[in-house]
Design a protein. Structure first.
Length: 86
């Protein structure tokens, strides 16, 4: 009888998720390295595992949302000056 570690299912699942989300050579991707608190990284890993997606997909979506919000706020700030009638 094989001796399975408690994390075997998690590791196997991670390998399947990685293969399913594997990038192709034609993808226009670059490596982005950032430092985050360990607790945040752990939460990201758990969220990715629970949702069946990758860390990259979650971070990419979060970054896109943050940048869109920042851009919208910037546009609203400039719009307020244009509408003051001066």
């Amino acid at each position: 009888m094989a001796n399975y570690d408690l994390n075997d299912d998690f590791v196997g699942g991670a390998e399947k998720r990685a293969k399913a989300n594997e990038t192709k050579a034609s993808d226009d991707l670059v490596m982005l390295t950032v430092r985050v608190p360990k607790q945040l990284r752990n939460r990201l890993k758990m969220a990715a595992a629970k949702s069946g997606t990758t860390n990259t997909a979650i971070v990419e979506e979060a970054l896109e949302n943050w940048l869109k919000k920042a851009n919208d706020e910037e546009e609203n700030r400039f719009t307020a000056f244009e509408d003051d009638g001066l």
